[in-house]
Design a protein around this ligand. Structure first.
Ligand SMILES: C[S@@+](CC[C@H](N)C(=O)[O-])C[C@H]1O[C@@H](n2cnc3c(N)ncnc32)[C@H](O)[C@@H]1O
Length: 261
């Protein structure tokens, strides 16, 4: 199903966070400008590709948590390029709306997902819920009178605190009936500040400001929701599958949590 939102043109010379992330995941949907930023980031933080993979693993576990509670529709905001183990693959019966601000992510997603009637791809901004929730294709797919899984995985660290963000989070919360699930993962401000500052500088120059948050700031993003155990923890420690446990979860620099309404 095709959303009515149009995508702005792609600029291959301007690195994009969606495509840089694709580089870290070993994907092929990226350009030289993205690979240059990814290489520099990996010099500063050699564990970055591993962080990306663990982040996707958190996404997978969070989706499974939601489906086990009966959630069968998802709004994945900041969805990136939906390759390896994305929501519709983890929950093949579910209806999924993928939303991203990056035109490349939207174009690749539409191309990769084809015309599957259970999937909609929208060009949108997490700070502006109304155009997404009011999009006719989204309204046609999601039934907001039923529980919804809202995923904001590795996206809110590109969005500084502001009344606009607070209001956006309120609108998503109000749109989610009891039984809904919210999953967030986020670059942590609590580890390796020097290297992270340098990576933040790198991203800032690409036009995507990186805003690490600490655990308390991250918990505030869940306002109005009830965090489930173990609360906000480093990503690999959020209900790891057997074999996914790691010795030093803090080195993964990503905090993660899941909450319910
Ligand atoms: C690191 S990727 C995460 C992809 C996917 N959620 C995952 O965790 O595997 C971050 C994505 O957020 C998108 N993004 C950044 N700022 C955004 C915003 N304000 N609204 C929507 N998407 C945004 C980027 O374009 C990128 O695709």
């Amino acid at each position: 199903m095709v959303s009515t939102t149009a995508e702005p043109p792609i600029d291959p010379n301007r690195p994009s966070s969606a495509r840089i992330y694709d580089v870290f995941l070993g994907g092929t949907h990226n350009f030289a400008s993205d690979r240059a930023v990814a290489a520099r980031t990996a010099e500063l933080l050699p564990q970055t590709p591993m962080i990306a993979r663990h982040n996707r693993a958190f996404l997978r576990r969070a989706v499974r948590f939601a489906t086990a509670r009966g959630v069968d529709q998802f709004l994945d905001i900041g969805s990136g390029i939906p390759t390896e183990q994305n929501v519709h693959q983890v929950a093949p019966e579910a209806r999924v709306v993928y939303v991203d601000i990056d035109p490349t992510a939207v174009i690749y997603a539409r191309h990769l997902l084809g015309d599957d009637p259970r999937l909609v791809v929208v060009h949108g901004d997490v700070r502006e819920p109304a155009p997404v929730l009011d999009d006719p294709a989204v309204r046609g797919l999601l039934d907001l009178s039923r529980p919804l899984g809202i995923l904001m995985v590795a996206v809110l660290h590109f969005v500084p605190d502001s009344p606009v963000l607070t209001e956006a989070l309120r609108i998503y919360r109000e749109a989610a009936v009891p039984g809904s699930v919210l999953a967030i993962s986020h670059v942590s401000a609590s580890a390796q500040p020097t290297e992270l500052d340098r990576v933040a500088d790198l991203y800032n120059r690409t036009g995507a400001s990186l805003v690490p948050r600490d655990r308390e700031q991250m918990e505030r993003l869940f306002e109005g929701w009830t965090l489930v155990d173990p609360g906000v923890v480093f990503g690999p420690s959020w209900r790891p599958d057997p074999g996914e446990e790691v010795d030093d979860p803090a080195q993964f620099l990503t905090l993660a949590g899941v909450a319910v309404r």
